[in-house]
Design a protein. Structure first.
Length: 242
């Protein structure tokens, strides 16, 4: 961690869900969540399943609205509260500043793996030739066979799709990376390749917030672990994800 200002600052975040199919039951998930992530630092969200880790990560991407609190994101010299930002601002921050790697790849059908990754690179400011080169470099680093690059990822195995997903998340060179179990469907060799790429992004100054159930991966990447149990307000009923 450097002395540079934090790229993510979460202040007093609270999140709950209203279960309309259960008579409007309000389910509190977390409250009072506060932490920061600096350039070159990886912070892991820890705690048992259902405690609220994914809710915090999705709030930091603007997918979940916050009930209370602030989620400050630094865009150059400007701090923007993601919790109260206009939808257009959130979309622009996602394009340029905040990258997200989920557990599942969702892409337009029939678009090739190379183009999926190159599009993310272009959104991050790369020109056409640089975007294509970035896509091919990342897919190669992640051990995806070249014969698959021109094919749509919908035809791939789960592990192959996840490698495309990770390549897309890294291609835009976002200052902030949110990672939701990025190695969950990968073998040891490909997990090591992911760890190497994420470590490089840390060295280049990215601020990384992630969920890592793979303990060796978490130990290799995270400087700090935030125990989300300390902020949890309730256990989730069956069928409700937190």
């Amino acid at each position: 961690m450097t002395g540079a200002p934090a790229l993510i600052e979460v202040e007093g975040l609270a999140k709950s869900f209203t279960l309309h199919l259960r008579g409007g039951l309000v389910l509190p998930v977390v409250s009072g969540v506060s932490f920061s992530v600096h350039p070159g630092e990886c912070v892991a969200l820890g705690g048992p399943s259902g405690v609220g880790k994914s809710s915090i990560l999705k709030a930091a991407f603007g997918n979940y609205a916050a009930d209370q609190g602030r989620i400050w994101v630094r865009d150059g010299d400007t701090r923007i509260d993601l919790a109260s930002a206009a939808p257009r601002t959130v979309i622009e921050l996602r394009r340029r500043v905040i990258g997200y790697v989920s557990q599942f790849l969702r892409v337009i059908p029939r678009v090739s793996a190379r183009d999926v990754v190159a599009t993310a690179a272009r959104d991050g400011g790369a020109d056409e030739s640089e975007a294509s080169a970035t896509a091919e470099r990342l897919l190669a680093r992640l051990n995806l066979p070249e014969r698959l690059w021109s094919l749509p990822p919908s035809t791939f195995s789960g592990g192959e799709q996840q490698r495309v997903n990770i390549a897309r998340g890294l291609a835009g060179r976002h200052a902030i990376l949110l990672l939701d179990e990025p190695t969950a469907s990968l073998d040891a060799e490909n997990s090591a390749a992911v760890v190497a790429l994420i470590t490089e992004r840390k060295r280049q100054g990215a601020a990384i917030l992630g969920i890592f159930h793979d303990l060796p991966v978490r130990e290799a990447l995270a400087e700090r672990i935030i125990d989300v149990s300390a902020f949890a307000k309730a256990s989730k009923p069956a069928g409700v994800a937190a």
